[in-house]
Design a protein around this ligand. Structure first.
Ligand code: SF4
Length: 359
């Protein structure tokens, strides 16, 4: 009989599977809760390490279930405390997570796909092409692995800003969101979990139907359709005006992400255009300094240029923050470490259609 992966299911389903198991084994039902706690809340590397269970039960669990690990293939630590992890998956694919400490919080930037089909022109992940979707457990286990480190890295915030477009893998991302948020899962508050999208509309609708207060960030990166089409092929399928309309409909405040590309999207006129869009949907704007070593031949906007741009937004009543560029010395831009370690594969054609399975 094939062993069931207890991590690749909702905590409620894992509990049901464990209750069924303990009943079959003529064990008391509290054993099911005891095992469940070691999946996410107080994670155990394997069944053998759950030393408060009798040895025969541990052996029996290993015959029926699995709790797989992600293999840490590489880890780099920046002088600013940012740590980047390259995980090797069982089929040889590699994904990245970045742990960013800031003012007592620890934000983990996680991946939802190995590679990405959308080929935004400034992105190292886009340049490597799409490899595959991650399973729900592979998404949530990026956090679990932080808790299994010695010493553990306690994660307070999650951003889906690693490799991949989360709404192109919504069925798995949706399960992962529950695991991240559920008190019987990782127990991270919904307001501390941000899903970042380039504007895949069916995904925005699907997320707005979830009752939890998960946060939504939209990668805008250009204030006009003409420029956005050049930078982000997905804009052909989902033009900016539709993305803005969806952001207005979303029942929580959204954040616009805007990477600063010198001489491309950082003029005074573009600041005015972006301010108008942000005001339309009461969005908060995050300006992101371009990380050196991404894709394309872009140059970062200067510090003065970013400050001028931010001022122009604020003068128009828009709330704005300039994101610190973290981990400059460790290839911390999305997809960079993987490209460095594994080499660049030639990408397929850009996916301009962005079909998303939301059921
Ligand atoms: S920015 Fe995001 S959506 Fe665009 S290519 Fe990179 S990973 Fe994909």
């Amino acid at each position: 009989m094939e062993r069931r992966n207890l991590l690749d299911m909702l905590p409620a389903d894992a509990l049901a599977a464990l209750l069924e198991f303990v009943e079959r084994e003529n064990l008391p039902s509290y054993r099911a809760d005891q095992i469940l706690r070691r999946l996410w809340q107080s994670p155990s590397p394997g069944f053998d390490d759950i030393t408060d269970l009798p040895m025969p039960l541990r052996a029996r669990l290993s015959e029926v279930f699995t709790i797989p690990r992600l293999d840490i293939g590489a880890c780099e630590r920046s002088v600013d405390g940012t740590e980047k992890f390259l995980f090797t998956l069982s089929d040889g694919q590699a994904i990245e997570s970045v742990a960013i400490p800031d003012n007592g919080r620890l934000t983990l930037c996680i991946s939802s796909q190995a590679g990405c089909a959308l080929q935004c022109s400034f992105c190292a992940t886009g340049a490597m092409g799409f490899q595959r979707n991650l399973a729900a457990w592979e998404i949530a286990a990026q956090v679990r692995e932080m808790l299994l480190l010695d010493p553990p890295i306690p994660v307070s915030n999650i951003v889906f800003m690693g490799m991949g477009e989360p709404f192109m893998n919504w069925p798995a991302v949706s399960v992962a969101l529950t695991i991240l948020n559920d008190p019987k899962g990782l127990g991270i508050g919904a307001r501390h979990i941000t899903v970042s999208t380039v504007g895949v509309l069916p995904g925005i609708v699907a997320m707005s139907e979830r009752p939890e207060q998960f946060r939504l960030a939209i990668s805008v990166h250009a204030p006009s359709d003409e420029l956005r089409r050049q930078l982000m092929p997905i804009n052909i399928k989902y033009p900016l005006s539709d993305v803005i309309a969806a952001a207005k409909e979303f029942d929580r405040r959204v954040t616009f992400e805007y990477v600063m590309l010198g001489g491309v999207n950082d003029s005074g006129e573009q600041a005015r255009q972006l301010a108008a869009l942000a005001r339309e949907c009461h969005a908060f704007v995050n300006l992101i300094p371009l990380h050196p070593g991404g894709a394309g031949n872009f140059t970062p906007t200067s510090g003065d240029g970013i400050r001028r741009f931010a001022r122009a937004l604020r003068e128009r009543g828009v709330e704005v923050a300039v994101r610190k560029s973290r981990g400059k010395d460790i290839a911390a831009a999305c997809g960079q470490l993987r490209v460095e370690r594994l080499g660049r594969r030639s990408p397929g054609r850009a996916d301009q259609h962005g079909d998303v399975q939301v059921a």
